[in-house]
Structure formats: structure tokens, C-alpha cells
Design a protein around this ligand. Structure first.
Ligand code: NAD
Length: 271
């Protein structure tokens, strides 16, 4: 059994991770940490919507890392930046789903990856990760006559835009064209923008309701349009993928993965 600790256990993803960890035959819940008012001290089973398990949420990341084989973090960028070095110092692998980490966050992950295995993915769904590979392949094959636009919709409380997954699709498309996304992206359009600049990758963001995450990658040319679409209807798919990554990072009995920064492609063994 792999002991999993969960950072952000009171959040939407955190509660889903509690459920999936409790239900997984190879996983054992080591504990959970959250700083939201009223969460520390609550029974983790009750937080997951289950019976009490006699294990309470706390606010102590170091203590959680000490009793975990691997830690999963779905929180906020500043929280991930603070927690990751603590988990790495404890020598425990870490799986991170927090998005919009920025340059400071990416530097913290790179530093931790010198000490332990760090898995970060903008999206832990199996289908999304397969679609990322397909996006790169389609972008490479269709070439610059096809304009690439990426559309995403998420629930009304999402705080970053475009979503981390939309940016991951953008990076995959840019890689298919042998370029860096930062050289091609158009993240917003407003007013008299003029005609579309050839070769750019455009983004559009929708927010509303309780949408777990919809993404479309659109390849539009004169006379035809190809759309790759993924719709998540339940956060469970992200939680399951994160637990799969955690078991992979802890390698369940065969020794931990070597220090390094990994993505879901390595976890799933796909190109
Ligand atoms: P949420 O706001 O519901 O939950 C975040 C939780 O983190 C809250 O309970 C908050 O109190 C807690 N938190 C904040 N600071 C903390 C700290 N210092 N220590 C411990 N806990 C702390 O958000 P959510 O919808 O669960 O999403 C969380 C993150 O995961 C976001 O960045 C989101 O974009 C990302 N996300 C990623 C994927 C993926 O597959 N990679 C999927 C869904 C969401």
C-alpha cells in the first residue's frame, strides 16, 4: 500500500482526491492539509462525504510529508511554492496539479526535482493526455495553412485564464510547428484587432456554471475545419489520474522514481 498525503484536502479537487484515495486498492490515506477556515481538525472521512475514519485534517505540511510515501498538491500557486520545498526536503515524491504557477513556481518545481520525483500536469485526465499527443501530430501534419484556435470553458469560480490545459494544448500545437507557444500565442482579442496574423495560436475563454473543463482545439482552413474536443463532466477523472501518477512516482514496492520533473506522458508511457 502506498501512503498518500493530500494538500488542499478541503478544496473541490482535494475532496475528490480523498474519495479516490480511500477507494483505491493500492493506496492508503496518510492525511490531509488545508488552511481554509474550519477545515483543520475535521475528520477526513467526513470531508470526503464518507463515514468518519479517525484521521483529522491539519495545517502542518512537514508532518504530513513525514508520514506519507508521496504527496499530492492541488491548491493555489503561492501554496504550492511554499509546500513543495518542504515535501522535497522530506525526500518524498510530489504530484502537483496546481495551475498558473508562473516562472517563480516553475523554478521551485525545477529545484525540488533535483531532490525527488516531481510530477506536474496541467490536466491529469488520460484522454486529455492522449489528445495532447494528437494535437501535436495534427498541427505538424496540417501545417500553417490551418489556423489554430483553442477554446475552453470552466466553472464560474476558476481564477486563472486561459486554463492550464488550454495552454498545454497550445504548447503541443506549437511544438508540432517547431515553435515555442510564447512566440505564437494571442491570449485575448478586443476592439479593432485587424486580420488574423498567420501562424498565431489564438485562445478564447468562457466561464460559467459548474463546468468541470471543456477544451476544443480548432484547425481552420479555407474550405474545412477540424476540431479536437474533450469534455470533462466529473473531476474524478483528474483525481484518478493524479493517484495513478502518485503510485507511479512512489513505484509501489519497486523503489521511488529517480529525482526529476515528469509529466503524464511519462506516467502513462505515451509519446
Ligand atoms: P479549490 O479552491 O476548490 O481548492 C483549493 C484548496 O487549497 C482550498 O481548500 C484552499 O483552502 C487550499 N489551500 C490554499 N492554500 C493552502 C495551503 N497553503 N496549504 C494547504 N491548502 C491550501 O480549487 P480546485 O478547483 O480544487 O483547484 C485547485 C487547483 O488545481 C487549481 O490550480 C486548479 O486549476 C487545479 N486543477 C488542476 C487539474 C489538473 O488535472 N491538473 C484539475 C482540476 C483543477
Amino acid at each position: 500500500m502506498v501512503k498518500i498525503g493530500i494538500l488542499g484536502c478541503g478544496g473541490r479537487m482535494g475532496r475528490m482526491l480523498l474519495v479516490e484515495t480511500l477507494d483505491h486498492p493500492e493506496a492508503e490515506l496518510a492525511g490531509g492539509v488545508d488552511v481554509a477556515p474550519g477545515i483543520a481538525g475535521q475528520d477526513l472521512g467526513l470531508l470526503a462525504g464518507r463515514d468518519s475514519i479517525g484521521l483529522a485534517a491539519s495545517g502542518d505540511v512537514a508532518a504530513l510529508a513525514a508520514v506519507s510515501d508521496v504527496v499530492i498538491d492541488f491548491t493555489l500557486p503561492h501554496a504550492t511554492i511554499a509546500s513543495t520545498p518542504i515535501v522535497a526536503a522530506a525526500g518524498k515524491p510530489i504530484v502537483i496539479g496546481t495551475t498558473a504557477l508562473g516562472d517563480a513556481g516553475n523554478a521551485v518545481l525545477a529545484a525540488a526535482a533535483q531532490q525527488v520525483a516531481v510530477v506536474w500536469a496541467a490536466n491529469f485526465s488520460l484522454a486529455v493526455n492522449l489528445l495532447l499527443g494528437l494535437t501535436e501530430q495534427v498541427a505538424r501534419t496540417l501545417g500553417p495553412d490551418y489556423d489554430i484556435e483553442i477554446l475552453e470553458m470552466h466553472h464560474r469560480t476558476k481564477i486563472d485564464a486561459p486554463s492550464g490545459t488550454a495552454l498545454a494544448f497550445g504548447r503541443a500545437a506549437a511544438a508540432g510547428r517547431g515553435a515555442a507557444l510564447e512566440d505564437l500565442w494571442v491570449k485575448t482579442r478586443d476592439g479593432v484587432t485587424g486580420p488574423r496574423t498567420s501562424g498565431t495560436i489564438g485562445f478564447a475563454t468562457l466561464r460559467g456554471g459548474d463546468v468541470a473543463g471543456d477544451h476544443s482545439v480548432i484547425f481552420a482552413a479555407a474550405g474545412e475545419r477540424l476540431e479536437l474536443v474533450h469534455k470533462a463532466s466529473d473531476r474524478r477523472v483528474f483525481a484518478r489520474g493524479a493517484i495513478r501518477a502518485a503510485l507511479w512516482a512512489a513505484s509501489n514496492g519497486t523503489g521511488e522514481k529517480a529525482p526529476g520533473l515528469y509529466g503524464m506522458r511519462e506516467v502513462l508511457g505515451v509519446n
